[in-house]
Design a protein around this ligand. Structure first.
Ligand code: ATP
Ligand code: ZN
Ligand code: MG
Ligand code: MG
Length: 465
């Protein structure tokens, strides 16, 4: 990619989240991730080009030096910061505007700094098209927090029984964010039990919200509808998936072939979530010690009486196990973190210059990582302890907000990197994306939000006395 010869016609709209907009290259397996900011931001509150560059560099460093060592090399692509011609960025912004979903248009793309992040396009498999006429399928899952908090600082008992995602659903519905409750529960996905994972994925397919997207050949074919009242079309998805599971037609369940296709599709997703990325092909997967039987969320629709069946925990090297371990660095819960945040704040008020030494806003390098890893387990009253726990909490927050990309395509018999399924066989690759640092300043907001979600949940689910 020659940065001085960038042409907006080589790129097209790919997708966006809350913080960034992504365009993909028409020929190469590359994407550009560009930052967004609130459209009402005035020129003088906006980041300078220098600040934007620092911001993106922080994102790359955080991915490289913090998240990668924690989550495992093979899953992470940190990308590189690129300086783009302003003219290109402005043309690109105009070009993609009409493709953007309405619910995202409260923010605008950064067309001032010329800074962006260049990443491999994870919805594609490089060189795949040379072998098969069926383009790769990519499943993107934003799993959210997969455990029940266990901190002694928790003041509301329901937080130990109902997971954050399920409680948050009620709050989002009340605030008009979504029109229907999702029946997905992250604890089922992270359970390692094939049955529970199946139910979790089925529920994601029925109500994807922003937790599930499916791409074919790099094109989005399944996601939540812009019009919140409209449900996504599973039949449409089945039509796309047919050619990948041809034998599910005659072999069994012939009255409901569509169901058989979805069933196989879910099996493939399950297997890749439980496998060791794309390298672990030998023998019994190793089990994760702390989760022989993963706990259950009381709000999950999974039938209680089936919980005892086949609950084996997560294989140690699986992508789910990696993400869960990092999420669990949040072992004090926001209720335990907030007082520590205030301790840090008080200290910084007295010694503002210490902000740099304590690496509150980065740089996110090996030394930051050392603080995360070597934080004492007992509170000795020091600011160092408080900073260490706050850092750990922020790292956990990133892992609670990341996405998993599973990309697979049919492959020939004796090729490497295969899922060990009876048939069909797929080449596949699993990655983790969206590993941005969560701001230190966001902690008071997280504290308030937690209270609101829990209180709203208690009010809406418990009958008045
Ligand atoms: P969120 O609101 O979830 O925090 P975000 O604004 O941080 O999102 P990303 O999740 O990084 O942005 O990117 C937005 C979308 O763009 C993703 O959901 C994904 O579909 C797509 N995307 C991002 N990076 C890549 C990539 N490397 N390859 C393919 N698609 C990508
Ligand atoms: Zn739940
Ligand atoms: Mg995202
Ligand atoms: Mg993000």
């Amino acid at each position: 990619m020659e940065l001085d010869k960038m042409d907006e016609n080589d790129w097209k709209y790919h997708g966006e989240g809350n913080k960034s907009l992504v365009v993909s290259h028409l020929q190469h397996c590359r994407v550009l991730r560009l930052l967004k900011f609130p459209s009402e931001d005035s020129a003088h509150t906006r980041q300078t080009a220098e600040q934007a560059f620092r911001h993106i560099l922080n994102i790359v460093d955080y991915s490289k030096y913090v998240m990668k060592p924690l989550l495992g090399e093979k899953y992470i692509h940190s990308g590189e910061v690129v300086k783009l011609p302003l003219d290109f960025v402005r043309q690109l912004s105009l070009k993609v505007q009409q493709e953007r979903p309405e619910l995202r248009c409260d923010k605008v793309m950064d067309t001032f700094s010329g800074c962006g992040l260049c990443l491999p396009n994870l919805t594609q498999l490089p060189l795949h098209h040379l072998r098969d006429h069926r383009p790769p399928i990519c499943v993107e899952i934003k799993p959210k927090c997969g455990f029940l908090p266990f901190s002694r600082h928790i003041t509301k008992e329901c937080k130990r029984k109902v997971c954050r995602f399920c409680m948050h659903q009620h709050y989002k519905l009340a605030n008009g964010k979504w029109k229907r409750l999702s029946r997905y529960c992250p604890l089922d996905l992270f359970s390692g039990s094939k049955q529970r994972m199946y139910v979790a994925l089925k529920n994601l397919l029925e109500e994807p919200q922003n937790n599930l997207k499916i791409f074919k050949g790099g094109e989005l074919i399944f996601s939540c509808k812009d019009d919140a009242k409209q449900q996504p079309d599973l039949n449409d998805l089945i039509q796309h998936l047919w050619p990948y599971f041809p034998h599910s037609n005659g072999l069994y369940n012939s009255h409901q072939p569509g169901k058989a296709v979805l069933n196989e599709f879910i099996q493939v997703i399950c297997s890749s979530l439980l496998s060791g990325g794309d390298s672990n092909r030998s023998g019994e997967p190793r089990k994760m010690h702390l989760s022989e039987s993963r706990p259950h969320c009381e709000a999950s629709p999974f039938p209680r009486d089936l919980l005892r069946n086949g609950n084996h925990g997560l294989p140690k090297d699986s992508v789910l196990s990696k993400i869960l371990q990092v999420q669990m660095l949040d072992n004090l819960d926001i209720e335990g973190i907030y007082p520590l945040y205030k301790r840090v704040e008080q200290y910084l008020e007295e010694f503002p210059k210490e902000r740099n030494r304590l690496q509150i806003d980065g740089p996110y390098n090996e030394s930051f990582m050392d603080t995360v890893k070597n934080c004492p387990t007992e509170d000795d009253g020091s600011v160092e302890y408080a900073v260490g726990k706050v850092h750990q909490y922020r790292v956990a927050m990133t892992a609670k907000d990341c996405s998993i990309m599973i990309t697979f395509a049919p492959c020939e018999e004796d090729e490497e990197h295969q899922l060990n399924l009876e048939k069909p066989r797929f080449t596949y690759s699993v990655s983790i994306l969206d590993l941005d640092p969560k701001p230190y300043e966001g902690i008071p907001h997280q504290y308030k939000l937690d209270t609101k979600i829990v209180n709203y949940y208690l009010r809406s689910t418990q009958a008045p006395p």
